[in-house]
Each structure stands twice: as C-alpha cells, then as structure tokens.
Design a protein around this ligand. Structure first.
Ligand SMILES: Nc1ncnc2c1ncn2[C@@H]1O[C@H](COP(=O)(O)OP(=O)(O)OP(=O)(O)O)[C@@H](O)[C@H]1O
Length: 309
C-alpha cells in the first residue's frame, strides 16, 4: 500500500500540499479529486519520486521514496494524460523496449511483456509504426503500456483520459478497472467525474492542499447533503398547487415550464406528486435526477473557509 502521513509541499511561500494523509491499497482504484490548483499533481509527483516533500512521510509498499528512490521506482509508475511520455521518432515497440531497459527488466521477460502490453492496449498491429504517425488515442494507449512496462504494483494516473475521444477513454477505463482487479493499487486524478464514480471505490477530496473529505463516491454525496432531485412537471401550475407544494416542503423550488423541484434525502417523489394531484394538478412528467460527484465536490469547496477565501 502507498501511505502518506502529514504530507506537505511548499513552493516558496506557496503551500501546495498541506498535511495530507492518504492510503492507496492494492486491488482498487482510489480517486484524488479537487478543483484546479488543489494539489493533486504535486501529490502524485511526490509519490512518483519526481518531487521531494517539504515534510511528512511517504511509504510505498513499506519503502521510503526519499531514502530508497530506485527501489520505489521499480514498484510504481506514472501516467500523466496531459504529457507526452513516449518518443515520437521511435515505433511503439521500440519505445516499450527502451523504457523496459531503463527499468532493468530482463530482456527475455521484456520481450514477452511488450507483446502482452501491446495486445492489452490494442496496438499489436501498429507496434512497428513510428509514434509520430499515431493518433492521439494511440499515443495515449502506448503511454499506458509504457506505464506498465515495469509491472508496477502501484500506478499513478494523472488525468489519463484527458482529451481522448469517448470510445478510447472507455477502453482505457476498462484497462484501469482490470488492473485493479489484478491486485494493483491505482491512484487516479480526473476531471471527468463520471469516470471517477465508475472506477473509484474510495475517493479523497482536497482543496488548497488540504483534506476536505473521503469515502466512497455515494458516501461523499450523502455526507455533503447532495440528494436526488425530484422534478415534477405540472401542466397547469396554479397558485393553489404552488402553495400546497410549499406546505408539503418549504425546500420546494419552481422552475420554468411548470416544474416543481425538490432535493431531499429519502423517497419523496410519491408524496410530492400525491400532494400536487390532490391540489388539482395534472402531471406532465416526473423525473428523478441522481446527485453527482461534481455536486459533492462543489459543496465541499463552498463549505471550506480556507478554499472559499
Ligand atoms: N513548481 C511549482 N512552483 C510553484 N508553485 C507550484 C509549482 N507546482 C505547483 N505549484 C502550485 O501549487 C498548487 C497546486 O498545484 P497542482 O498542480 O498540484 O494542483 P492540481 O490540483 O494538480 O491542479 P490542476 O487540476 O489544475 O492540475 C497551485 O497553486 C500551483 O500553482
């Protein structure tokens, strides 16, 4: 498992990471979320041994990256979606060979592993084409293969699907889910919150480098009071119906098009529609809108005085 205790990183007077305690166990995808500048990339770079923390401790499978960076690098790898992490002038296969040698993977093992990884990311037929001729999605898939070349126990994914078309991003998500199923520990940052909801069993939310909340995505939504919204369309929204809806619950809101909205925990759709019908309303539609992780993150940031300041 990767563990940080009181992790802190200062860039001059700027505190990018401020006392983070994180745990990334094997066998699941852990999310690290926050608005721009929250400290996600800095945290990932520290875990990847690319940056050194100002204070606090990090252990990767029991090893200290500061004391033993070489051993840690063998056990982790980083894939950053926003950065080109492969060489354009080399073919896909040459890239994998080159990076595998950097990791001291024995040639025989490397040969087999390259074939397996090319297969995994769907690049077998393009393996001997130079990367400069690859599409963006192919380059990204090669970056994933490169990130797995040392068969890492832990994979750090910083916006891995950034800028990818939906089908390619979906394929990558399948690969990531499969890696966690195989026992690897994955730490994922992503602005695509639907991706996080789909992949992450546990999520940390940070703001201004500090811990704001953690839990399963559904727990975070519940913690932040982000409930499902009931949206009833009434064909003739008379003052009487409005009054009855407000008497039912003063959190009721009215939207254009005769829409009556209510965001409350628990099951309120049945009781609200009954109230409207009893007040003489005719239902034109009923929609239940599930809360999103985005709602939860925005609520957490609004709630945090340090972040809001
Ligand atoms: N090398 C650096 N020198 C100075 N400040 C930095 C440096 N790297 C990051 N920062 C600052 O640290 C803070 C955290 O940045 P970081 O890139 O870790 O955030 P992030 O959560 O990854 O943001 P984004 O979602 O925009 O990528 C920001 O205020 C950023 O400006």
């Amino acid at each position: 498992m990767i563990e940080t205790i009181g992790l802190r990183k200062e860039f001059g007077a700027r505190v990018a990471v401020d006392g983070l305690n994180l745990t990334v166990p094997g066998g699941r995808v852990t999310g690290l979320l926050g608005l721009n500048g929250a400290g996600k990339t800095t945290t990932i770079k520290i875990l990847a041994t690319l940056l050194r923390q100002t204070s606090g401790t990090v252990t990767v499978g029991g090893l200290d990256p500061v004391k033993d960076p070489h051993a840690v690098r063998k056990r982790i790898n980083l894939i950053a979606g926003g950065e080109r992490m492969v060489y354009a002038r080399m073919t896909g296969r040459e890239n994998l060979w080159y990076f595998g040698q950097l990791y001291d993977v024995p040639s025989k093992v490397l040969k087999t592993r390259i074939e397996q990884l090319l297969e995994l990311v769907g690049l077998t037929s393009a393996a001997d084409i130079r990367v400069e001729r690859y599409s963006r999605g192919m380059t990204q898939r090669l970056s994933i293969a490169r990130g797995l070349i040392n068969d890492p126990d832990y994979l750090l994914l910083d916006e891995p699907t950034l800028g990818l078309d939906a089908p390619i991003a979906r394929d990558l998500r399948k690969v990531v889910a499969g890696l966690a199923e195989c026992g690897k520990g994955v730490l994922l940052t992503s602005h695509y919150l639907a991706e996080v909801e789909q992949l992450c069993a546990h999520v940390y939310v940070i703001g201004d480098g500090r811990h704001l909340a953690q839990g399963a995505p559904a727990e975070l939504m519940a913690q932040t009071g982000c409930h499902r919204t009931v949206r009833v369309t009434v064909t003739d929204l008379t003052p009487r119906i409005r009054a009855a809806a407000l008497a039912f619950d003063d959190a009721v809101r009215f939207a254009p098009g005769g829409v009556v909205e209510l965001n409350r925990p628990g099951e309120v759709a049945g009781a609200l529609t009954t109230t409207i019908i009893e007040a003489g309303g005719t239902l034109g539609g009923l929609e239940i809108v599930e809360p999103s992780l985005e709602d939860a993150i925005l609520a957490l940031n609004d709630r945090s005085p340090a972040v809001a300041a």
